[in-house]
Write a protein that binds this ligand. Structure first.
Ligand code: BTN
Length: 278
C-alpha cells in the first residue's frame, strides 16, 4: 500500500481537484478505484496517465491509450444522487466534457453521441467516458468517471475508421495549426477540470442544485444525428431511426423516417452506429 506521505506530495491542485500524474499505468480507472477501496483517495482525486497499457472502455472493450497522444484521466466523485438520475449524471458529465472541448478546440463542432461519447459532426469519435457508480440503497454515493480524449493522433487509425483526434480535426484551422499536442493536452486538462468543478457539490434537495430539464435541453441541442436518419445496432441487426431528443428517463426519442409513432430507444439494447454519413 502507498504511504499517505507519498500520496499527498505527488498531487497537483487544479480547480479544487488533486491531480496525480503518472507516466504509464495499466488503467487510471483501476488505480483510482483501488485507492478508494484502500481509503486513500477523497472525492476530487484525479488520476492521470500519459499512457495506459490496459485502458478500459465501456462494455468490456479495450481503450487504446497511446503514450502522450491523449488525455487519459479518472476522477472520483461522491454525487449523492438518486439512482433514477444516473442518466442525468452521465449526461451532465458528457456536457461538461463537450464544453471543455469547445473552449480548447473551437475548430470542431463537438457533439454528444447518445449516451456519452463526443464526436465531431462528421460522426468520428474523439473520446468516450466510462462511468462506474457505487450505490447505497437508492443513492449513488460514489462515482468513478474515466475520460479518454484523443488529442494528437495525426492520422485516423486504420483499424478504427470512425476514430479521430482534436488535432486531426483541426486541419485548415490556424488556431489548431499553431498549438502543439502537449500545450493542447495541458489546456484540455485545465478546461475539463474547470467544467467538472461545478459537478463536485453533492446533490441537495434544499439547494435545488440539479436542474434536470435544463441539462436535458442542453444535451438535446448538442445531440449527434438529431433529425437525421441514423443507423442503430439492435441484436446484431441494423435499424434506422430519426433521433428527436432525450426522453425523461435517459432513452432516446426517435421516429421512423416515414413518420409514425414516437418511441424511446434504450442503451445498450440499441447502440447508435458510427459512420461518416448516415
Ligand atoms: C468508451 O468510450 O468506451 C469509454 C472509454 C473510456 C476510456 C478512459 S481513458 C481513462 C480511463 N481509464 C480507463 O481505463 N478507461 C478510461
Amino acid at each position: 500500500m502507498m504511504s499517505d506521505f507519498r500520496f499527498h506530495i505527488n498531487a497537483v491542485p487544479i480547480h479544487g481537484f488533486h491531480c496525480h500524474r503518472f507516466e504509464t499505468l495499466s488503467s487510471t480507472q483501476d488505480l483510482l478505484k483501488e485507492w478508494v477501496s484502500q481509503g486513500l483517495a477523497a472525492p476530487g482525486t484525479v488520476v492521470l496517465a500519459e499512457g495506459q497499457t490496459q485502458g478500459r472502455g465501456r462494455m468490456g472493450q479495450h481503450w487504446a491509450s497511446l503514450q502522450g497522444k491523449g488525455l487519459w484521466i479518472s476522477v472520483y466523485f461522491q454525487p449523492y444522487l438518486p439512482v433514477d438520475w444516473a442518466f442525468a449524471w452521465n449526461m451532465n458529465l458528457a456536457l461538461a466534457v463537450c464544453k471543455a472541448l469547445d473552449t480548447v478546440a473551437p475548430w470542431g463542432a463537438w457533439q454528444i453521441k447518445w449516451p456519452n461519447d463526443w464526436v465531431i459532426s462528421t460522426g468520428r469519435k474523439v473520446g468516450g467516458m466510462l462511468v462506474e457508480n457505487q450505490l447505497k440503497g437508492s443513492i449513488i454515493t460514489d462515482s468513478w468517471v474515466g475520460i479518454g480524449i484523443n488529442v494528437d493522433q495525426d492520422a485516423v487509425d486504420a483499424r478504427l475508421p470512425f476514430a479521430t483526434s482534436l488535432l486531426a480535426e483541426g486541419h485548415g484551422s490556424p488556431q489548431a495549426m499553431r498549438i502543439s499536442g502537449v500545450a493542447l493536452l495541458d489546456n484540455l486538462l485545465e478546461a475539463l477540470l474547470a467544467e467538472l468543478e461545478r459537478l463536485r457539490e453533492p446533490y441537495s434537495p434544499d439547494k435545488g442544485n440539479w436542474n434536470i430539464p435544463q441539462i436535458m435541453d442542453e444535451v438535446d441541442r448538442r445531440l449527434y444525428g438529431l433529425g437525421q436518419n441514423v443507423p442503430f445496432v439492435c441484436e446484431e441487426r441494423m435499424e434506422y431511426w430519426v433521433p428527436l431528443g432525450l426522453s425523461h428517463d435517459g432513452g432516446l426519442r426517435v421516429r421512423s423516417e416515414s413518420g409514425g409513432q414516437i418511441q424511446a430507444l434504450y442503451h445498450p439494447h440499441h447502440r447508435m452506429f458510427y459512420g461518416p454519413q448516415f
